[in-house]
Ligand binder design. Structure first.
Ligand SMILES: [Fe+2]
Ligand SMILES: [Fe+2]
Length: 400
């Protein structure tokens, strides 16, 4: 009971949608000792996998690496287990996935086991249903473990526990979805000005930033609860890195070709225009979003902008001359992370005025900028977690 209450409390504190999905899956598995599991979100008549976790496969990876899973969708119908659970709004507790009775409409897709070398035995699959009866997604837990670590079936007594858990998770999900929608609307306002700032771009930058931060925090032995809390805030704050572009004229942002010196100065002001939006600092989100907005164009070697300027006292439409650039650790950590994430994404993607660079060229450029533009320690981490970053790319394709 104590554990349930603690989990409820923890889930209700998480604000970012992606961080929440990852935590829901983690807590649910932990609660019923499931070796593996996945969480799906419903999108129309399909379910899209959002996170997959697997302790056994994870143990085979080097420290700091994350499980790589392919992003796929399944139709909401009776043919698959998760599809059935979503279509019928009911849960399924299956003892042996390889011996599902032939009179059942669904069957087990063995593709995952075949490609991963994992053997799925038991599963417990729950719909995430709102009070209004809408199915938001599906939570699937795989391979219950006995106290001795053997793979066993999920117990009947696990079911009410997961049911309660699913309802808490659903409420938290609805809230996080609303927050995400609001953040995307804010970036949409900036996007109307600058077509480069799309929803997919900011989602990728948010996710890259979190992955880089998480790997950094592990190296620094930051306690897990602090790490999770910071990640949640960073995910949202990073999405808002260029929100200051709402204050920049279309004539400049949409100008084809190069900026002249005056136009460039105006363009640079999106940093402090953005920071001003969070200047009241009512929460951690405000303070991190402010740091990121003001400093995401600073460079490790001091050659970035806007540098040391007194933006707090400037008039709303005043264009300030750049100050002496911030150097190394003077640049807030989160801004250093977002700078790397933002440039990586910009280079990797096709934009109106340029083709996407080849992966080889992107990697070369990032390596080259280590110690000049970027914090070298973060660049090292970037290369260590590259497979995870590539998975983020798959998750948020440009046309999505
Ligand atoms: Fe920017
Ligand atoms: Fe950006």
């Amino acid at each position: 009971m104590k554990k349930i209450l603690q989990i409820d409390k923890d889930l209700n504190k998480i604000q970012d949608l992606d961080i929440l999905l990852e935590r829901i899956l983690y807590y649910a598995r932990d609660a019923v000792s499931a070796d593996a599991g996945s969480i799906y979100i419903r999108d129309g008549q399909e379910l899209e996998i959002k996170y997959a976790q697997n302790d056994s496969l994870q143990q085979q990876l080097a420290e700091g690496q994350k499980l790589n899973f392919s992003i796929f969708r399944i139709p909401v119908n009776e043919k698959t287990i998760s599809g059935y659970v979503a279509a019928k709004s009911t849960h399924l507790n299956i003892k042996d996935m390889y011996n599902i009775s032939a009179d059942r409409p669904y069957s087990f897709n063995t593709h995952y086991d075949q490609t991963s070398g994992y053997k799925t035995v038991s599963s417990l699959t729950f719909p995430l249903i709102t009070n209004q009866g809408e199915v938001l997604g599906v939570l699937q837990l795989l391979n219950a473990k006995s106290p001795k670590g053997n793979i066993v079936s999920f117990k009947k007594t696990d079911e009410p526990f997961v049911l309660h858990f699913a309802s808490t998770a659903t409420v938290a999900l609805q809230r996080a979805r609303m927050t995400r929608t609001l953040l995307l609307r804010m970036t949409k306002m900036a996007e109307l000005r600058d077509p480069k700032e799309t929803g997919a771009h900011v989602n990728r930058v948010g996710s890259y930033a979190c992955e880089i931060y998480e790997a950094w925090a592990h190296k620094q032995h930051i306690p897990e609860d602090t790490l999770q809390k910071q990640k949640d805030t960073l995910r949202m704050a990073a999405m808002l890195h260029d929100v200051g572009k709402v204050g920049i004229s279309d004539l400049i942002l949409k100008k084809p070709g190069r900026f002249n010196a005056d136009e460039y100065e105006i363009m640079k002001s999106h940093t402090y225009v953005g920071a001003r939006l969070f200047a009241d600092e009512e929460s951690d989100l405000d303070s991190i979003a402010k740091d990121i907005a003001i400093s995401h164009h600073e460079n490790w070697d001091g050659s970035g902008y806007p540098g040391k300027i007194e933006w707090e006292n400037a008039k709303p439409d005043e264009i300030l001359p750049s100050g002496v650039g911030l150097v190394k650790e003077e640049i807030p950590l989160y801004a250093r992370i977002v700078s790397l994430a933002d440039v990586f994404d910009a280079l990797s993607c096709q934009r109106v005025y340029k083709e996407a660079w080849t992966e080889e060229n992107v990697m070369e450029e990032i390596k080259k900028c280590s110690g000049s533009k970027f914090d070298p320690q973060l660049v090292d981490i970037f290369f260590e977690i590259l497979p995870v970053l590539k998975q983020v790319q798959q998750k948020y394709p440009d046309n999505h």
